[in-house]
Design a binder for this molecule. Structure first.
Ligand code: S3P
Length: 170
């Protein structure tokens, strides 16, 4: 079974996802890390050479490869943290809605902003330049509906427990 974690930058998909996977003995992957490893480039470099549209297509191909790999018989369960913009690209939204259990990590905007201030925005080219708060609010308002539409479960990241994930296994 594949659980994909979606939600805005800074909501905790990678940190919470990794600790849940460790607690359950499941595998964990992060789409940004896979892309950077595969392309041997950092996310901002990929954005500047391919533009956002090119990045979304590349992101789709990495996500789709990982989903195909883990849908094979005998694979361990996988918690897969996706980049915050992945579901904005329709083919990715359709793929994860149909083939994985998609969990939306929904956080109040103030919490996202605080986390982003702590984490930094070096790997997040869409938040660079200008006022962080207005960028986050603007992007989030465009994306919220997409996140909710894709999700089979919506939770605050810290309220998701290993038991809740186990109860979703089929
Ligand atoms: C993006 C989110 C980032 C990364 C890229 C674009 C987005 O991932 O994929 O900077 O469009 O929301 P995180 O959500 O892990 O920060």
């Amino acid at each position: 079974m594949i659980f994909t974690l979606i939600g805005f930058m800074g909501c905790g998909k990678s940190s919470v996802g990794k600790s849940l996977a460790d607690a359950l003995g499941w595998d964990f992957a992060d789409s940004d890390a896979l892309i950077e490893k595969g392309e041997k480039m950092k996310i901002p470099e990929i954005f500047s050479s391919l533009s956002e549209t090119g990045f979304r297509k590349l992101e789709y191909s990495y996500i789709s490869d990982m989903v195909s790999k883990y849908r094979k018989e005998g694979m361990n369960h996988l918690i897969f943290a996706l980049g915050g913009g992945a579901p904005v690209y329709r083919p990715t939204a359709e793929l994860i809605s149909r083939q994985t259990c998609t969990i939306y990590f929904k956080c109040p905007v103030e919490e996202l902003i605080d986390n982003l201030k702590t984490d930094g925005i070096e790997n997040r080219p869409l938040l660079k330049g200008g006022d962080l708060e207005s960028k986050v609010k603007g992007l989030l308002s465009k994306r919220e509906a997409v996140y909710s539409e894709c999700a089979s479960m919506t939770v605050h990241p810290y309220s998701l427990t290993p038991e809740m994930l186990k109860s979703r296994l089929r």
